[in-house]
Design a protein around this ligand. Structure first.
Ligand SMILES: [Fe+2]
Length: 242
Protein backbone atom coordinates (compact mmCIF):
# COMPACT_ATOMS: atom_id res chain seq x y z
CA UNK A 1 0.00 0.00 0.00
CA UNK A 2 1.66 3.25 -1.06
CA UNK A 3 2.08 5.62 1.83
CA UNK A 4 4.02 8.71 2.69
CA UNK A 5 7.24 7.84 4.55
CA UNK A 6 9.46 10.46 6.17
CA UNK A 7 13.04 9.85 4.99
CA UNK A 8 14.86 12.97 6.21
CA UNK A 9 13.86 16.39 7.46
CA UNK A 10 11.42 17.88 4.94
CA UNK A 11 11.98 14.91 2.60
CA UNK A 12 9.49 12.07 2.07
CA UNK A 13 9.20 9.08 -0.23
CA UNK A 14 6.13 7.25 -1.52
CA UNK A 15 6.35 3.81 -3.10
CA UNK A 16 3.92 3.34 -5.96
CA UNK A 17 2.54 0.35 -7.82
CA UNK A 18 5.00 -1.65 -9.98
CA UNK A 19 5.15 -0.80 -13.71
CA UNK A 20 6.37 -2.78 -16.70
CA UNK A 21 9.26 -1.25 -18.66
CA UNK A 22 10.93 -3.12 -21.54
CA UNK A 23 9.22 -6.34 -20.45
CA UNK A 24 10.41 -6.26 -16.84
CA UNK A 25 8.45 -5.23 -13.76
CA UNK A 26 9.97 -2.32 -11.84
CA UNK A 27 9.06 -0.87 -8.48
CA UNK A 28 8.29 2.86 -8.49
CA UNK A 29 9.04 5.62 -6.02
CA UNK A 30 8.32 9.34 -5.70
CA UNK A 31 10.43 11.73 -3.67
CA UNK A 32 8.90 14.87 -2.17
CA UNK A 33 10.63 17.85 -0.59
CA UNK A 34 9.16 20.75 1.31
CA UNK A 35 11.18 23.77 0.13
CA UNK A 36 12.22 26.56 2.47
CA UNK A 37 9.39 28.76 1.11
CA UNK A 38 6.90 26.09 2.24
CA UNK A 39 5.99 24.80 -1.23
CA UNK A 40 6.20 21.18 -2.29
CA UNK A 41 8.63 19.77 -4.89
CA UNK A 42 7.58 16.37 -6.27
CA UNK A 43 9.95 14.18 -8.28
CA UNK A 44 8.70 11.30 -10.47
CA UNK A 45 5.16 11.17 -9.10
CA UNK A 46 3.43 7.77 -8.87
CA UNK A 47 -0.26 6.98 -8.64
CA UNK A 48 -1.34 7.12 -5.01
CA UNK A 49 -4.57 6.39 -3.12
CA UNK A 50 -6.76 9.32 -2.13
CA UNK A 51 -5.66 9.24 1.54
CA UNK A 52 -1.99 9.49 0.59
CA UNK A 53 -2.74 12.31 -1.82
CA UNK A 54 -4.58 14.11 0.97
CA UNK A 55 -1.59 13.73 3.30
CA UNK A 56 0.71 15.06 0.56
CA UNK A 57 -1.41 18.16 0.01
CA UNK A 58 -1.34 18.79 3.77
CA UNK A 59 2.48 19.10 3.61
CA UNK A 60 2.26 22.24 1.47
CA UNK A 61 1.09 23.55 -1.90
CA UNK A 62 2.33 21.33 -4.78
CA UNK A 63 4.21 23.86 -6.97
CA UNK A 64 6.79 21.76 -8.87
CA UNK A 65 6.34 18.43 -10.65
CA UNK A 66 9.51 16.87 -12.05
CA UNK A 67 10.55 13.77 -13.93
CA UNK A 68 14.25 13.29 -13.25
CA UNK A 69 14.75 10.74 -16.03
CA UNK A 70 13.34 10.42 -19.58
CA UNK A 71 11.69 7.10 -18.56
CA UNK A 72 9.49 8.81 -15.95
CA UNK A 73 8.10 11.73 -17.99
CA UNK A 74 4.82 9.88 -18.74
CA UNK A 75 3.99 9.90 -15.04
CA UNK A 76 3.66 13.71 -14.99
CA UNK A 77 0.45 13.64 -17.04
CA UNK A 78 -1.83 12.39 -14.23
CA UNK A 79 -0.38 14.78 -11.65
CA UNK A 80 -0.63 17.70 -14.08
CA UNK A 81 -4.38 17.04 -14.16
CA UNK A 82 -4.47 17.02 -10.34
CA UNK A 83 -2.27 20.12 -9.96
CA UNK A 84 -2.66 22.16 -13.17
CA UNK A 85 -1.00 25.22 -11.57
CA UNK A 86 2.23 23.35 -10.73
CA UNK A 87 5.27 23.88 -12.94
CA UNK A 88 6.42 20.88 -14.99
CA UNK A 89 10.12 20.10 -15.40
CA UNK A 90 11.72 17.29 -17.41
CA UNK A 91 15.21 16.19 -18.46
CA UNK A 92 16.54 16.86 -21.95
CA UNK A 93 14.34 14.88 -24.37
CA UNK A 94 16.00 11.83 -25.96
CA UNK A 95 14.78 8.97 -28.20
CA UNK A 96 14.27 7.14 -24.89
CA UNK A 97 11.78 9.64 -23.45
CA UNK A 98 8.54 7.94 -22.40
CA UNK A 99 5.75 10.49 -22.34
CA UNK A 100 2.02 10.80 -22.56
CA UNK A 101 0.41 13.54 -24.64
CA UNK A 102 1.41 17.18 -24.69
CA UNK A 103 2.49 18.80 -21.45
CA UNK A 104 3.27 22.51 -20.95
CA UNK A 105 6.81 22.24 -19.57
CA UNK A 106 8.37 25.17 -17.77
CA UNK A 107 11.92 24.04 -18.42
CA UNK A 108 14.58 21.40 -18.92
CA UNK A 109 16.51 20.12 -15.90
CA UNK A 110 20.14 21.13 -16.36
CA UNK A 111 23.26 21.66 -14.26
CA UNK A 112 21.97 24.72 -12.41
CA UNK A 113 18.93 24.65 -10.14
CA UNK A 114 16.25 27.15 -11.12
CA UNK A 115 15.59 30.11 -8.83
CA UNK A 116 12.54 28.28 -7.38
CA UNK A 117 14.54 25.60 -5.56
CA UNK A 118 18.14 26.87 -5.61
CA UNK A 119 18.17 27.58 -1.85
CA UNK A 120 17.38 23.94 -1.08
CA UNK A 121 19.11 22.03 -3.88
CA UNK A 122 22.10 21.77 -6.11
CA UNK A 123 21.56 19.64 -9.21
CA UNK A 124 23.27 18.18 -12.25
CA UNK A 125 22.26 16.61 -15.55
CA UNK A 126 24.37 13.46 -15.82
CA UNK A 127 25.84 13.85 -19.32
CA UNK A 128 27.65 11.62 -21.80
CA UNK A 129 24.77 9.32 -22.72
CA UNK A 130 22.69 10.07 -25.84
CA UNK A 131 19.70 8.09 -24.52
CA UNK A 132 19.44 9.05 -20.88
CA UNK A 133 20.35 12.39 -19.36
CA UNK A 134 19.09 11.97 -15.85
CA UNK A 135 18.89 14.89 -13.42
CA UNK A 136 20.35 14.28 -9.96
CA UNK A 137 19.62 16.46 -6.94
CA UNK A 138 21.49 17.31 -3.76
CA UNK A 139 19.09 18.31 -0.99
CA UNK A 140 21.45 20.51 0.99
CA UNK A 141 19.59 20.70 4.35
CA UNK A 142 19.44 16.91 4.76
CA UNK A 143 22.66 16.09 2.81
CA UNK A 144 20.69 13.71 0.59
CA UNK A 145 21.29 12.85 -3.06
CA UNK A 146 18.09 12.07 -4.95
CA UNK A 147 18.60 9.88 -7.98
CA UNK A 148 16.07 7.90 -10.01
CA UNK A 149 17.33 5.25 -12.44
CA UNK A 150 21.09 5.63 -12.68
CA UNK A 151 21.85 3.40 -9.67
CA UNK A 152 19.46 0.56 -8.95
CA UNK A 153 19.42 -2.21 -6.33
CA UNK A 154 17.18 -5.18 -7.06
CA UNK A 155 16.68 -7.70 -4.26
CA UNK A 156 16.34 -11.39 -5.25
CA UNK A 157 12.75 -12.46 -5.65
CA UNK A 158 12.09 -16.12 -4.74
CA UNK A 159 10.94 -18.13 -7.76
CA UNK A 160 11.65 -15.34 -10.30
CA UNK A 161 14.67 -17.01 -11.87
CA UNK A 162 14.73 -15.06 -15.14
CA UNK A 163 14.36 -11.72 -13.39
CA UNK A 164 17.06 -12.58 -10.79
CA UNK A 165 19.49 -13.74 -13.51
CA UNK A 166 18.80 -10.64 -15.62
CA UNK A 167 19.44 -8.20 -12.78
CA UNK A 168 22.61 -10.06 -11.79
CA UNK A 169 23.89 -9.90 -15.37
CA UNK A 170 22.98 -6.21 -15.50
CA UNK A 171 25.04 -5.57 -12.35
CA UNK A 172 22.09 -4.17 -10.38
CA UNK A 173 21.41 -7.10 -8.02
CA UNK A 174 21.27 -6.67 -4.25
CA UNK A 175 23.16 -5.94 -2.00
CA UNK A 176 25.33 -3.41 -3.88
CA UNK A 177 23.32 -2.85 -7.03
CA UNK A 178 25.00 -0.44 -9.43
CA UNK A 179 24.64 1.25 -12.80
CA UNK A 180 22.97 -1.18 -15.22
CA UNK A 181 25.16 -2.72 -17.92
CA UNK A 182 23.00 -1.32 -20.76
CA UNK A 183 23.27 2.18 -19.28
CA UNK A 184 27.05 1.80 -18.76
CA UNK A 185 27.51 0.68 -22.38
CA UNK A 186 25.46 3.55 -23.78
CA UNK A 187 27.75 6.24 -22.29
CA UNK A 188 29.51 7.26 -25.48
CA UNK A 189 31.19 10.39 -24.12
CA UNK A 190 33.06 9.25 -21.02
CA UNK A 191 34.86 12.58 -20.53
CA UNK A 192 31.53 14.37 -20.17
CA UNK A 193 30.26 11.58 -17.90
CA UNK A 194 33.35 11.93 -15.69
CA UNK A 195 32.70 15.68 -15.34
CA UNK A 196 29.17 14.88 -14.11
CA UNK A 197 30.53 12.22 -11.75
CA UNK A 198 33.05 14.73 -10.37
CA UNK A 199 30.25 17.15 -9.56
CA UNK A 200 28.17 14.38 -7.96
CA UNK A 201 31.09 13.30 -5.77
CA UNK A 202 31.86 16.91 -4.84
CA UNK A 203 28.56 17.04 -2.93
CA UNK A 204 28.90 16.45 0.81
CA UNK A 205 26.11 13.89 1.07
CA UNK A 206 25.34 11.16 3.56
CA UNK A 207 21.96 9.79 2.41
CA UNK A 208 20.75 8.49 -0.93
CA UNK A 209 17.25 8.19 -2.34
CA UNK A 210 16.89 5.94 -5.38
CA UNK A 211 13.75 5.04 -7.32
CA UNK A 212 14.45 1.32 -7.69
CA UNK A 213 15.63 -0.40 -4.53
CA UNK A 214 16.27 0.40 -0.88
CA UNK A 215 17.35 3.95 -0.02
CA UNK A 216 20.50 4.47 2.04
CA UNK A 217 20.21 6.36 5.32
CA UNK A 218 23.89 7.00 6.05
CA UNK A 219 27.41 6.69 4.60
CA UNK A 220 25.97 6.70 1.07
CA UNK A 221 28.98 8.32 -0.59
CA UNK A 222 31.29 5.24 -0.68
CA UNK A 223 28.34 3.31 -2.06
CA UNK A 224 27.93 5.79 -4.93
CA UNK A 225 31.69 5.81 -5.58
CA UNK A 226 31.61 2.00 -5.84
CA UNK A 227 28.69 2.10 -8.29
CA UNK A 228 30.72 4.36 -10.61
CA UNK A 229 34.07 2.56 -10.49
CA UNK A 230 33.57 1.52 -14.14
CA UNK A 231 33.78 5.21 -15.07
CA UNK A 232 37.03 5.81 -13.18
CA UNK A 233 39.77 7.19 -15.38
CA UNK A 234 42.04 4.38 -16.64
CA UNK A 235 45.58 4.55 -15.23
CA UNK A 236 47.87 6.16 -17.79
CA UNK A 237 50.07 3.71 -19.66
CA UNK A 238 53.58 3.40 -18.33
CA UNK A 239 56.47 3.01 -20.72
CA UNK A 240 59.76 1.71 -19.42
CA UNK A 241 62.68 3.93 -20.36
CA UNK A 242 64.98 2.30 -22.86
FE1 LIG B 1 12.73 4.27 -13.31
Amino acid sequence: MPDLQAFAENLWIVDGPPVRDMGVMFTTRTSLVKLSDGSLWVNSPVSVPFDTLKRITQLGPVRYLLAATPRHVWRLAAWHTLFPEAQLWAPRPTPFTLKKGHLPFTGILGDTPPQAWKDDFDQLAFKGNPFIEEALFFHKPSRTVILDDLIQIHPRVEGKHFRNALFKLEGVASPYGGVGLDIRLSFTNRDLARQSLEKLLSWDFDKLVIAHGPCIENCAKPFVERAFLWLARPASAHHSPR
